[in-house]
Design a binder for this molecule. Sequence first.
Ligand SMILES: C[S@@+](CC[C@H](N)C(=O)[O-])C[C@H]1O[C@@H](n2cnc3c(N)ncnc32)[C@H](O)[C@@H]1O
Length: 243
Amino acid sequence: MKIGKRLRHIDAMVEPGYSHIWDCCCDHGLLGAALLSRLAAPFIHFVDIVPELMNELESRLRRFYPRSAWQVHCIDVAALPLSHHDGRQLVIIAGVGGDLMVQLVRAIHGANPDADIDFLLCPVHHQFTLRQQLIRLGFHLQQERLLEENRRFYELLLVSPRPDDRQHRNKVSAVGEQIWQAHSPEQADTASRYLRKTLAHYQRVQGGRKTDVQHIIAAYRAVTVQPLHSRTVAVCHHSLCGK
Ligand SMILES: C[S@@+](CC[C@H](N)C(=O)[O-])C[C@H]1O[C@@H](n2cnc3c(N)ncnc32)[C@H](O)[C@@H]1O
């Protein structure tokens, strides 16, 4: 099955070493199927709350992947049965709003505070809220990416609750850090347009006078997109980022 740019980028951020990968809110299971095809982990789980989708997906997986190790779970992602499995686990949640993602991550982490789990997150909107929650939970950043698909921007965050090794010691930043470091002129252009769009969004919210988002505006105003290919490093000077 062919997958789009966003799911391809998520797939590319999945490194070897996990025993179980959970494609959460999987819808038609495109991402999980891609992971299954390339044997990204010994066991792939597909999770969604809609029974019709999961029945249909299960039939397709039986047909196309009869000998692979997979399981379909028709459950709320907040109730993932992670403790039933051993080894390193990766929980992928993509394509849902940042607010829902916050609830799901909080529930999963709350039920498995000491488990060896990484989270790969790609929210639709509310990235700032999600980052705030990850900071509150004390999560560590492994990697973050920014991408554009169909004129929409997406942040991809690979985070971990536990600082196991040197790679995991970076704090999650309130507005992102690696995403503003462009390795090519194209990335610099994407990051600049994303920054402008995000600022414009929060300025509109502030103008509406219903919610005070001045601190968010200040945080994004402190970001500079600077191309790494010209050997300059992007720095966020805002105190919220803790850098
Ligand atoms: C837009 S699809 C995302 C598909 C895919 N992950 C992606 O990024 O393209 C969102 C899916 O999330 C599922 N969903 C929403 N809340 C959920 C929850 N609490 N537990 C399980 N699935 C949920 C919906 O049923 C829907 O299929």
